[in-house]
Ligand binder design. Sequence first.
Ligand code: PMP
Length: 455
Amino acid sequence: MPDRDNYLRAHNTRHQFHPMIHPMISADAPPQIITGSEGCYVTDIDGNRLVDGLGGLWNVNVGHNRAEVKQAIVEQMDRISYYSSFAGTATPPSIELSAKICEMAAEEEITKVMFSANGSDAVETALKLARQYWQLEGKPTRTKFLSLKQGYHGVHFGGLSVNGAPYYRNAYEPLLGGCFQVDSPWTYRNPYSEDPEELADAVITQIDRLIQAQGPETVAAFIAEPVQGAGGVIVPPESFWPKLREVLDRYEVLLIADEVVTGFGRSGALFGARGWGVKPDMMCFAKGISSGYVPLGATALNKRVADAWYRGFSPEGIIMHGYTSTGHPVGCAAALACLDIVEREDLPGNAAKMGKRLLDGLTPLAESCSIIGEVRGKGLMVGLDFVSDKKSRTPMDPGKGIVERIASFAREEGAIVRPAGSVIILSPPLVIEEPEIDIIVEALTRACARYDAEQ
Ligand code: PMP
């Protein structure tokens, strides 16, 4: 349909505000129009077939266009396309999915789930329920939230308040009071130590001191991603999460694992925190839970937290929170089909295996490419860290457009990758196999060589 294609090209940026980009820049370099998808591939409006190195937006874990997920969606639509889990109602898929998540997270003693429509909602739900939990526990002064400096927890006001990077927050302040950030346990860039264990100890000491300075009786929860994603794919030292759990337990502070990216396999374990051997008090899910087929978020509570609502009826225990989309039957049906695939096809196992191949394939670029300082990752989360000076590890100024340029070269070479600040992020579908991993590696290797040849 050439007329329609021309219409779409002409109108691409005319009426739509795109996230995380200046509207004037998107008019100059309009977003690529994606028109089709299958498995690990997408097709754009110009007919290019590309490996989806991003897996949508870290979310299409089961791959695009899977027949069984579409069938589950259509069958659910035929039965009932919408009803909520508000006060007096529920739909079968919302009941089945909450039971399924509790079964999958039995090791973490997850006993309750509250649904929403996306990751920002799931985080908001966790923060609000954490405060309500402390009220129910008779400790209403516990209201503060702690998080990591490179953390990303979505865009609602609560999540924004615990996000690490100021550039997400600046235009939208003032935000929630009582939110404090500590350094990320980031081996490549930190003022403490290159030794992972020393670094983990230094950050834990900082957390310990912060809790003491604020007063443990004022701190509600610590929220963190098991592997930090949008902040640049930051993999903490092995011991960091166990030590984090320990220090929080010492002061009875809740641990919220933001598993929006890591949940259901991406980091190579079913849950990111499980990969570190840690049981959080709450977990936030979205993205991979329904692989993006239908938006869905979920906040899971362990027994310790959930039981607070069952110590007897009180008006304080009414959950005055929820969304029109809470328990959306089509989202829940899609998620049930996706989680079935996650288990049946052992997607966490494949993420670990293919992630290693991706990391091994790209690691030589830290030597061969003049502007890559480090290649790092865990499971199918990989980041290429671009620097203006390898010795000082100074991050490449995103304003120079160099990282975008490499990403667009990679696209011309056959793979979609995501420039995020000074890092290129990779998060392909968890069903990816060797040939597609190799296409991503080759596309980025050629893209970097093209850049270096131009200098
Ligand atoms: N938490 C994390 C860790 C995320 O990566 C994201 C999204 N990238 C969110 C929360 C917010 O999710 P959503 O964009 O679905 O609101």
